[in-house]
Design a binder for this molecule. Sequence first.
Ligand code: DAK
Length: 257
Amino acid sequence: MTAYRYLRLEVVERVGVIQMNRPQVLNAINDELMQELVSALRRCDADPEIGAIIIGGSEKAFAAGADIGAMAQYGFVEAFTGNIIDWQAIREIRKPVIAAVSGYALGGGCELALMCDLVVASETAQFGLPEVTLGIMPGAGGTQRLPRAVSKAKAMDMCLTARRMDAREAEHAGLVSRVVPPEDLHDAALEIGKTIAGKSLPSVMMIKEAINQAYESSLNDGLRFERRLFHSLFATEDQKEGMRAFEERRLPVFRNR
Ligand code: DAK
């Protein structure tokens, strides 16, 4: 595996586990960390031995935001021509990405979690979009994804007042899918990753694409899109195997074909 400066990547039983590692600044995301993250995600996406991906941070911080020190120097042109391409590249990852959040997920860190397909949080997790306190606003999807995840009222509250949400509130509001004790976070995320990676990859990838479509189209278009993907899965060997296994009362053996 290639060595990265600001993260670690290992593969555990068909799960690509990425751990952001810039501890002296609570995993603040500078251009290099984002480039490494995108590179690691693309690598996992392209690897047929990987079926799901986890992004995590440290116990204290998933990520405390984009690197304020770097941004402080920006004028309009640097901000406009900056690293937006890298952040957007995360949307193109086709395998499921699980955010394992412990501690701070603020600003760009919260937005990164919102870009993931599923968020597992430790009881210590804190989500927030405090950009307003810096005289800016969320710029990596926060004003668009947060209201879709937690309602307009809560999104307004968080973005306008910089109030943070703890893990339980985030779970009730719909931002987080599961909350676990801090010591269980790694294993819980891995268990979810292994469960997903044990399913048929074409069906998993189509489910991700179809659910994302729900955000981007009318109900009518989304339903038609879902139906077409559904039909196409009947061309896979895994569909035959999955249904045969059910009839034969055994576990399916998927070959991702
Ligand atoms: N950037 C740089 N350094 C940071 C940082 C950050 N976001 N967050 C923390 N650090 C550094 C601190 O400066 C400190 O460094 P030293 O002083 O030790 O050198 C070290 O991490 C430890 O932090 P603290 O001493 O402050 O630790 P505390 O436990 O007291 O407080 C905290 C933790 C997370 C509450 C606090 O550090 C904090 O408020 N941090 C800033 C949080 C924040 O405002 N985040 C939002 C940043 S704006 C876009 C892409 C992304 C974005 C926008 C556009 N495009 C692609 C267009 C995102 C923007 C943002 O995220």
